[in-house]
Design a protein around this ligand. Structure first.
Ligand code: DC
Length: 225
């Protein structure tokens, strides 16, 4: 059978990465977390002290940075920036905001597009992001748009950050999430929106297992036809 591609888009905290990881294991796909790539660009921008929303400042940095995506023995995606493993460094609330800012720049999106598409040419993938079904893989075999109420998404993100030992308040997480949703949905370049042919799944009242099963069922139905 040809390579399968599953696009899973939606706002932060809807459960995309957790569900996509589980689905990848279940179906033998590779899980591609595209947000991590934008976060890596954001980290580089932060390190040189550039303004993440300025195309003039960010664009010249792109050609000189080496971004690589690797998979470790457990199948987890690792991000390398100029050879350094930055997979943990990119997981802070500050890097979420930097990633959101750099991702609004068309120059950054164009620079990262081929890297994402080549993954889907070489492997069966489940790829999560904001524009996978609309821009990166418009011909994906299955498109899912995963959402949940903002308060529930913030609650999940807050628990995740707590578990990682990051100090923050729920209110702060909710506020930053709302800002990021607005940035990501209202930008001109590849905004977060449901592809016309994407199936919407609202996980607000679902457990993780229920969400995973709902997504798996959609994929099974689509792949069989
Ligand atoms: O999924 P995430 O929270 O790690 O993504 C971080 C930011 O990157 C997000 O706020 C918007 C941007 N992003 C994007 O514009 N397009 C994608 N396909 C993935 C992420």
């Amino acid at each position: 059978m040809d390579k399968i591609s599953v696009a899973i888009d939606g706002p932060g905290g809807a459960g995309k990465s957790t569900i996509a990881k589980a689905i990848a294991r279940r179906f033998g796909f590779i899980y591609v977390d595209t947000g991590a790539i934008y976060r890596t660009v954001g980290l580089r921008v932060r390190r040189v002290g550039a303004d993440p929303s300025s195309a003039e400042e960010v664009t010249p940095l792109l050609e000189s940075m080496k971004i690589e995506m690797k998979y470790d023995e457990s199948g987890s995606q690792r991000m390398l920036l100029d050879g350094e493993d930055v997979s943990n460094a990119i997981r802070t609330p500050e890097m979420s905001m930097y990633a959101s800012a750099v991702s609004a720049l068309p120059e950054v999106r164009a620079f990262l597009l081929e890297m994402q598409r080549s993954m889907a040419r070489e492997h069966s993938v489940i790829m999560d992001g904001r524009d996978i079904g609309t821009v990166v893989l418009p011909d994906a075999d299955v498109k899912i748009f995963l959402t949940a109420a903002p308060e529930e998404r913030a609650r999940r993100r807050y628990l995740e950050l707590q578990a990682r030992g990051t100090e923050c308040s729920y209110e702060q997480v909710l506020e930053e999430m709302n800002i990021r949703d607005k940035n990501d949905s209202e930008r001109a370049a590849a905004p977060l929106k449901r592809a016309e042919d994407a199936i919407a799944v609202d996980t607000t009242d679902m457990s993780l297992e229920q969400s995973e099963d709902a997504v798996a069922e959609i994929i099974e139905k689509r792949i069989r036809v």
